[in-house]
Design a protein around this ligand. Structure first.
Ligand code: CP
Ligand code: NVA
Length: 315
């Protein structure tokens, strides 16, 4: 069965989940599940034959880089890797010039940047869709994979209790946006001063998001259906490491925390993990962990995103 083509997404950028409607987000998850099932059954149409994706990385990556590349290949297209050391985005030439050049050659651009503003500039000047592969503010493609994982585990997500313990960073901000789209009840437990982006949180609440921010992580985690964490020190924040390690004392998730989840509760992490900081290695390899399902679902999330932005456009 072909995944449903969401006409509304064709040709659009995907910089933030806040730009999607509830129906579009649900449709993206549906199409990822269909593409995943089809692939596993050997149904593999080359929806993106001869289409191309440029992948720009200002920061390191294992999962995003590998899975976008494989996603293009499995859909019949091709990905070109452009690392910052080679292209010097905004250094060797302007963001506008890079966007204008790439638009003459490729069908879409995926970029991982430091400043979110670099992504919005790329999108402003590119005539092809731009996908956010992580910025300092957001990581939307990760949240799509996380929600595929939650759907596989729990089916209906309405009212599911997801607790995010840690820094109110790019992962957390995208989960605030995703919770608004899926009707998930999100609790963010963080030290004072590490809350999710205030403007983004207010906007998500205005769209109906049920998000609570608290400062007692262990108490928040008790009874959760899904407990999520991410690094205390994100890429580019290394000079804050010492202060952050002090401020996040008591936020290390161990298997003991996982014993206190709801009976169906799962542990989630986007990876890479900094073992001994936000969690232990035992937590990631615990029987309640779905961490590697999340990693696997990055591939299927990216196939769905590329299919919707590009194949639906060509249809
Ligand atoms: N989770 C994630 O985005 O991993 P990478 O940084 O390895 O791409
Ligand atoms: N918050 C982390 C996510 C890595 C995928 C970072 O930005 O480094």
């Amino acid at each position: 069965m072909d995944p449903l083509r969401l006409e509304g997404l064709a040709g659009r950028d995907l910089l933030s989940l806040a730009d999607l409607s509830r129906e579009e987000f649900a449709g993206l998850l549906d199409s990822a599940v269909t593409l995943k099932q089809n692939w596993k059954r050997g149904v593999r149409p080359p929806y993106l034959a001869q289409r191309t994706l440029a992948m720009i990385f200002e920061k390191p990556s294992l999962r995003t880089r590998t899975t976008f590349d494989i996603a293009m290949y499995q859909l019949g297209g091709h990905a070109v890797l452009l690392d910052q050391a080679s292209i010097g985005l905004g250094v060797r030439e302007t963001v506008r010039d890079v966007a204008t050049n790439l638009s003459r050659w490729v069908d879409a651009i995926m970029a991982r940047t430091h400043a979110h503003a670099t992504l919005t500039q790329l999108a402003e000047h590119a005539s092809v869709p731009v996908v956010n592969g992580l910025s300092d503010l957001l990581h939307p493609t990760q949240a799509v994979a996380d929600y595929i994982t939650l759907r596989e585990r729990f089916g209906d997500l309405q009212g599911l209790e997801l607790v995010y313990v840690g820094d109110g960073n790019n992962i957390c901000n995208s989960h605030v946006n995703a919770a608004a789209l899926a009707g998930v009840a999100l609790t963010v437990a963080c030290p004072p001063g590490y809350e999710p982006d205030a403007a983004l949180l207010a906007a998500a609440r205005a769209r109906g998001a049920c998000v609570e921010v608290v400062h007692d992580p262990r108490e928040a985690a008790r009874g959760a259906d899904a407990l999520y964490t991410d690094v205390w020190v994100s890429m580019g924040m290394e000079e804050e490491s010492e202060r952050r390690r002090r401020d996040f004392a008591g936020y290390t998730i161990t298997p003991a925390w996982l014993e206190e989840l709801s009976p169906r509760g799962v542990f989630m992490h986007d990876l890479p993990a900094h073992y001994g900081e936000e969690c232990t290695e035992e937590a990631v390899y615990h029987e309640r962990s779905v961490v590697f399902d999340q990693a696997e679902n990055r591939l299927h999330a990216h196939k769905a995103i590329l299919f919707q932005l590009l194949a639906a456009e060509a249809a």
